[in-house]
Design a binder for this molecule. Sequence first.
Ligand code: 2AM
Ligand code: CA
Ligand code: CA
Ligand code: CA
Length: 269
Amino acid sequence: MNTEIREEIFKQAKKWVLEAGETIRTKINEPYEIDVKSNANDLVTTLDKDTEFFFATNIKSVYPDHHLLSEEGYGEDLTTLDGTVWIIDPIDGTMNFVHQKKHFAISIGIYQDGIGEIGLIYDVMADVLYHAKKNEGAYKNNAKLAPLNQNLKFEEVIFGLNHFWLCENRLVDEHSMQKFVKKIRGARTYGSAALELAYVAEGIMDGYLSMSLSAWDVAAGIVIVNEVGGITSNIDGEQINMLKKNSILTCNAAIQRNIIDNYLIKKRK
Ligand code: 2AM
Ligand code: CA
Ligand code: CA
Ligand code: CA
């Protein structure tokens, strides 16, 4: 993508994100509807849907030839990432939104022919915006984020993952994962994939692991983490496919191989 066009799209996206965040902050204490989706812990509220609708209508009117891939139904059923595609999660961390009224984010990744050009992750209640443009570095508000420490020692790692990896599960050997969390310095679970990816980029967490995420959970975070030298793959170390669900391992490149080879031991089907 041409840098001038990218700058223009970035400025527009940033304006909409801040505006949507302001609306959410205004409405968070008003009554809203909560529905369950795939299971009792999979929530969606009126504000998730209204926020996505806000982006969908604005993008359609200003950039009619751009595409939208998004969680709550206002996007398209895309079969390719050709062209300019906005990949949007209107509220990432809906459970935090409902139960805590904080620790959730708006996540926007803008991709050109499958390549991540722009990432924006807005921690709405903290009013902190992480952003990156390809080859132009990553920022937390106006502060440039430093490259990740490539000499990181395993014993010093703080890692984001949830308890499902340590309980009996279909995907990987939980005993190996229990060894992993004992070996590293600490584990964290924040409940918003987008914010956890932003924390990896910020260097306050050294990696993040999650099962079954969609493009809108990770599209922005991948762009931001890339800019500080972090790396994202599935749990086999392969490139992820934005058009389907993936397990996600995002981390400091110094620790990726050790995690995949020695701790993410796949169960036989
Ligand atoms: P969401 O809040 O937008 O649904 C929670 O650990 C993280 O996983 C959040 O980023 C959440 O995004 C994401 N997630 C993806 N699929 C989910 C599901 N079916 N149920 C709950 N969280 C899900
Ligand atoms: Ca959801
Ligand atoms: Ca999400
Ligand atoms: Ca969401």
